[in-house]
Design a protein around this ligand. Structure first.
Ligand code: HEM
Length: 450
């Protein structure tokens, strides 16, 4: 095991406290080291320390979760989960409580950022094959975490009880009703009634501040434990006879984590000071805004709904989620682990699919908005067929064409073709979300953003 030479200031920072004259500091350091070594192994392979491999996205997500829990507990001291007082309690917090506005902004931006960092972490794990070589359980646990983070954001959205909150949740929960068999039961359970009101607010609050945090802590702890149990983060297979250099966690890994955490917290604090969390007018069930939009992370789904029967628009992401869950059993090749995009052919598959999606997704949106009218064209059929099954089958046909086209045209293997398919789906999701957020105006018609 080789030791990297430390710069003198790092050495002073880390080791001066171990002098026998400063027992208290030595003890503190021993406790801190002990805690760190409960989370990390004592040594880590040198390639795993490359920031450009993980981009620190798992660690950043963990830190954001901690910030959310701390700021969330502090917000609970002032927030009142009743439809008469929720909005005024937020106004009070914003204007009368010292640092109340900053606290709320920190909670708001951390929650939104967490959605992005968890999504990017999933993308990183996918492209480096981090779900391979015995890591399938952790990939599935990760998917559960992703769903939990989305539910966390969704339940928190309602709490300020302003127009934005009320109508985003009304739009969001009305989608649930379209899920066959369990849809209306699920929506009734969440809202504790047919519409968004006091019972829904109480339910969302309980799920947001008690159920989800407890579950998140449990599932996250299991996720971390599994990373260690699976042999640490993914590593490329060593060439025969090659020895992988190992470095001690303290200080090599810890100093990187410390620097990343400092930068993140500073950026978050600065961002929260400059941009307070939004608060619109008090919720008014009689006056829906036009357009009534879902929360931004559901705008891709809302965009799909403008083009397909709701059942089809829900089946599509459902099948993508199932396919993601099946991924470790679909792509079982292990020799390309820890190589971004698997190979040069995989990289080309990603580039071609991204370009295809950037052209096709906006083109289809525009085509369907102004020219294509499937229900009129197939008017002898019910809409679930003409506007549901037909576009759904066309979409799956298109995805299959990309998958097999890459295998034939690029001579890509299954793993590389999946890189292309995944890229196409993720880029399309981002494009639809951007169209939904910025290019939809009154009556959800397409508009220019400027
Ligand atoms: C709250 C959400 C999450 C947190 C806090 C979290 C945290 C972490 C951390 C700290 C690591 C160690 C390596 C790294 O930093 O990249 C990791 C690895 C991993 N995560 Fe997550 N994660 C979350 C969500 C997810 C999601 C959504 C997925 C995918 C569906 C996922 C799948 C994995 C896998 C398979 C590994 C091992 C990767 C490898 O060995 O390269 N995680 N996660």
């Amino acid at each position: 095991m080789s030791e990297r030479k430390l710069t003198p200031w790092v050495e002073r920072l880390l080791y001066t406290s171990s002098s026998s004259t400063n027992i208290r500091r030595y003890r503190m350091q021993a406790i801190a080291n002990n805690l760190i070594l409960h989370l990390h192994p004592t040594t880590v392979p040198a390639p795993a320390l490359r920031f450009s491999y993980t981009w620190g996205l798992g660690g950043i997500s963990s830190l954001l979760a901690v910030v959310l829990i701390i700021t969330g507990v502090l917000l609970m001291f002032r927030y009142d989960a009743s439809v008469e007082r929720a909005y005024t309690s937020i106004q009070f917090l914003e204007t009368q409580v010292a640092f109340g506005s900053l606290l709320r902004a920190l909670h708001h931006w951390s929650g939104n950022l967490l959605l992005i960092t968890v999504f990017l972490h999933l993308v990183r794990v996918f492209y480096t094959g981090g779900f391979k070589a015995g890591r399938s359980i952790n990939w599935l646990i990760g998917l559960v975490l992703l769903l939990m983070v989305v539910t966390f954001n969704f339940t928190g959205y309602l709490l300020p009880w302003d127009q934005l909150a009320y109508w985003a949740i009304t739009v969001g929960t009305s989608l649930l009703g379209y899920i066959p068999l369990i849809g209306s039961g699920l929506s009734n359970f969440l809202l504790a009634g047919p519409e968004v009101g006091q019972s829904a607010l109480r339910n969302f609050y309980a799920i947001h501040v008690a159920v989800l945090p407890a579950l998140l802590i449990l599932v996250m702890s299991y996720h971390f434990w599994r990373v260690r149990k699976d042999g640490g983060i993914s590593q490329s297979l060593p060439q025969t006879g090659e020895r992988v250099e190992k470095l001690t966690t303290i200080p090599h890994l810890v100093q990187i984590e410390f620097a990343a955490a400092t930068v993140l917290l500073a950026a978050l604090a600065l961002g929260s000071m400059l941009a307070p969390a939004p608060l619109e007018a008090l919720a008014n069930p009689a006056h829906p805004p036009n357009p009534a939009k879902a929360a931004w992370y559901f705008m891709g789904l809302q965009e799909l709904l403008l083009h397909m029967h709701p059942l089809a628009a829900l089946i599509l992401p459902g099948i993508v989620l199932l396919a993601l869950a099946a991924l470790p059993y679909w792509d079982t090749r292990e020799d390309d682990i820890a190589i971004y995009f698997r190979s040069p052919a995989g990289r080309w598959a990603a580039i071609i699919s991204a370009a295809l999606s950037l052209v096709l997704a906006p083109l289809l949106v525009v085509l369907d908005e102004w020219w294509l009218d499937l229900p009129t064209l197939l008017s002898i059929w019910p809409t679930w067929f003409s506007n549901g099954l037909v576009p759904l089958l066309l979409t799956f046909g298109g995805l299959a064409a990309i998958y097999y086209g890459l295998q034939r045209g690029l001579k890509a293997n299954r793993s590389e073709a999946l890189v292309g398919l995944f890229t196409f789906i993720m880029v399309s999701l981002v494009v639809l979300t951007i169209i939904g957020i910025f290019l939809r105006g009154p009556n959800m018609a397409l508009v220019w953003p400027f």
